[in-house]
Design a protein around this ligand. Sequence first.
Ligand code: 0WD
Ligand code: CA
Length: 380
Amino acid sequence: DFSDPFISKRFRAADATPVPRFLSTRAQLYERVFPQYRQPVEIGGFSLDSQRSFFNDSRQLRYYVDPGKKPHFNLRDGYRDRFIKRDDGVKEKLDHILRWIVSNRAKLRSTPTSLSSSPLGVDFVTWRGHLTKVLTTPYETQEGWLLAVSYFRGTLYMSEVETEAARVNRENRTERHEEMMYWGYKFEQYVCADDVNSVPDRGGVVNTNEAFCTVVQTRLADHKLLFSGEVDCRDKDPAAPAAPACYIELKTSAEICTPKQRSNFNRFKLLKWWAQSFLPGVPRVVAGFRDHDGVVVSVETIHISKISQLIKNEHNCWKPTVCMNFCSDFLSFVKSVVKEDNPRLVYLFTWEPRRDVTYTVHRDSQYTFLPDWYINEITS
Ligand code: 0WD
Ligand code: CA
């Protein structure tokens, strides 16, 4: 009942603007000037230990140790006997970020953004990985996504829901695919040390529960964002710039032998690498190129700011401005749809390749993701 003043108070805006039903994802629609994207500022970080326990500090942050140009690392080493894999059937949703917010509320409220209607001073709270998926949507042809959004005390919380297709893929991975997923983590172990003065321990256990996540604040057009992303390591030079500029993203990829492989790398992989690191302001990716047997044959540093130049000669290639304008328009779309301040109400934004973004509304359903402990903590 929208005429009841008590109820309408709980809505964002009691205006008569028609609510849009869908958002187009056609790339050409987003080819306009690059939107404003404020330099991301690190406002904190947290660690997840080998048991996936939360710590409000950077104890899991590691230090990059340059392996040289042709290290010949064997990425298959330890897969059978020194690998502890995180249970990816456990859905943590935004829980770790919410835990960080609760532990750092004073810091958040004292920032000079409190002119905003929300006590947290931000419009959106989410994972960096969810925003990466939004950025790459106009060019994605394989995998769709589901993003659950709830509006609570002036802030929109956005948490991914695994699609049916992604669940089927996850539950039916081949043994080869399972092993190749390990290779990326093994590469991290070869080039990361636990302490600023120590060296990598290549004989240790690879445990994918362990993580350090940065928490950054930034603004895309008129959207104030707070998001967290996992950081692989940092520059160990004490003279390195402050975070996030000292952070390094680590990647592995198949070695590039043909012009066709080069073109595919530029068109598909560099898009994902760019989007992921550009968002939090991580300036460099260190890529380990490996052969079919999991041996790293070369290591290269790729500067995120140079990627747009690298791809300019590629025919029919992706454009950073399309990604950022689509993201900005998607966040505006979310704001225009999600109006009721209610942590148990979920708007489920759905996208499948070659389709528009649409949404459905769910009250007190399986999709509700803001936990009671968080609601109670923020409400008190
Ligand atoms: O649905 C998801 N993607 C969820 C992610 C649901 C719930 C939690 N997470 C969190 C985990 O806490 C993890 O620590 O994801 C965190 C990483 O967040 P992110 O930085 O926003 O994610 P993304 O940018 O997609 O991935 C960064 C790295 C990956 O590195 P590569 O180089 O492969 O892109 O985080 C790792 C992976 O190493 N990673 C994950 N680790 C644990 N759980 C997950 C995950 N679900 N997804 C990626
Ligand atoms: Ca990585």
